[in-house]
Design a protein around this ligand. Structure first.
Ligand code: NAD
Ligand code: MG
Length: 395
């Protein structure tokens, strides 16, 4: 049996991962599940998957869960809390694979713990790489861990790369990484129309069902910006090597262009169970429950240039990546604060890039030499972004 820990099991990726595992219960066993504070969903997952550990980051939520589990005769599940609990279950000896599916910078420490313990890290938590890029990649190499991308685009790129690709695009004959983007729910809206969009509209993605933060990121195309940065680290690429291609149907999940004129693409229905099953079973394949593609039904595929004016978050991401150091951590922190404020209806949708841009100009970037430096700039950026939010607040 392959033991697996799911960090963020109550979220969209966590639930899809459990769905894949339930189809292969003879091969995978759930050792630990973790969540922030959704006790009810965690309780249901504990009953269905009987893990050895359940972690609720929130201590009160952990107490509630423990009481509920003991009350129903499940006292053999150890309930832990806090970030230490997350790090512990990401590093257990009997765990071979860790699904890193916590949203935001909160996922960094436990994802790093998994890398340091030499696990196969199934990385959905793109923010971890956006924050700590080089450090994360070094920890993976130094501890003999495996890093497999879950983000559908990066999983597609991984599948289109030469086998055993270990860095160096040029020496592998690769001339471009073509990162596809659906363009989100506001792809065709004018700048004027964007002022009054609501959180519900921003979260209504045309092709994917996801958590609220990544849904807003998809609407602003910050998600694509974060993915450009993620691709930079995963595939040893530079900003210039990565071309965003708007492809509204989300059928091609990304492509790799070679110097002989070939372009390799990975296609599939937009369902995260495909990259999840791929990364869990790699280098083998296993069924994921996703129906195969019906090309006759799809009939056509469209491609457009990205619009950096209507989607300033994409421009800001490229700028932060080129600036280097802790700039991408500052970008990410400001975005997390701005998105949260938008979801709580404190600021307008169009204030999101404003908060990020002003935070980037007010917080100076430093060398990303260690985790402490990165987290210090992350904290500074959060504070400055909160101040900007207060100034731009609509209430
Ligand atoms: P989600 O909001 O649905 O779930 C987030 C999970 O993280 C939940 O289990 C929640 O309890 C946990 N969590 C939230 N805050 C936490 C904290 N402070 N500490 C510990 N745990 C916390 O999010 P999601 O859509 O599943 O996305 C998860 C990650 O995967 C994100 O980084 C996202 O960018 C990435 N991703 C998601 C999708 C998708 O289709 N949903 C696709 C590609 C990449
Ligand atoms: Mg993606």
């Amino acid at each position: 049996m392959i033991g697996i820990t799911i960090l963020g099991s109550t979220g969209s990726i966590g639930v899809s991962t459990l769905d894949v595992i339930s189809q292969h219960s003879e091969t995978y066993s759930v050792v630990a599940l973790t969540a922030n504070h959704n006790v009810d969903r965690m309780y249901e997952q504990c009953l269905a998957f009987a893990p050895e550990y359940a972690v609720m980051v929130d201590a009160d939520a952990a107490d509630k869960l423990a009481t509920k589990l003991t009350g129903s005769g499940y006292s053999d599940i150890t309930v832990l809390s806090g970030i230490e609990g997350l790090e512990k279950v990401a590093s257990l000896d009997k765990v071979e694979q860790v699904m890193a599916a916590i949203v935001g910078a909160a996922g960094l420490r436990p994802s790093l713990a998994a890398a340091r313990s030499g696990k196969r890290v199934l990385l959905a938590n793109k923010e971890a790489l956006v924050l700590s890029g080089q450090i994360f990649i070094d920890e993976v190499k130094n501890h003999g861990a495996e890093l497999l991308p879950i983000d559908s685009e990066h999983n597609a790129i991984f599948q289109c790369m030469p086998a055993n690709y270990n860095g160096g695009l040029t020496k592998n004959g690769i001339t471009k990484i073509l990162l596809t983007a659906s363009g989100g729910p506001f792809r065709t809206k004018s700048l004027n129309e964007l002022h009054n969009v609501t959180p519900a509209q921003a979260c209504a993605h045309p092709n994917w069902e996801m958590g609220r933060k990544i849904s807003v990121d998809s609407a602003t195309m910050m998600n694509k910006g974060l993915e450009v940065i993620e691709a930079r680290w995963l595939f040893d690429a530079s900003a210039d090597d990565i071309q965003v291609v708007v492809h509204p149907q989300s059928v091609i999940h990304s492509m790799v262009q070679y110097n002989d004129g070939s372009v390799l693409a990975q296609l599939g229905n937009p369902d995260m169970r495909t990259p999840i099953a791929h990364a869990m079973s790699w280098p083998k394949r296993m069924a994921s429950g996703v129906a195969s593609l019906n090309l006759f039904e799809i009939a056509r595929l469209d491609f457009e240039q990205p619009d950096f004016e209507r989607f300033p978050c994409l421009r800001l991401s490229y700028e932060a990546l080129r600036a280097g150091g802790t700039s991408t951590a500052i970008l990410n922190a400001a975005n997390e604060i701005a998105v949260e404020a938008f979801l709580n209806e404190k600021i307008a949708y169009t204030a999101i890039p404003e908060v990020i841009e002003s935070t980037l100009s007010l917080v100076s970037s430093n060398e990303a030499s260690d985790l402490e430096c990165i987290l210090a700039d992350d904290a500074k950026a959060r504070q400055v972004a909160e101040e900007r939010v207060a100034k731009l607040s609509v209430h």
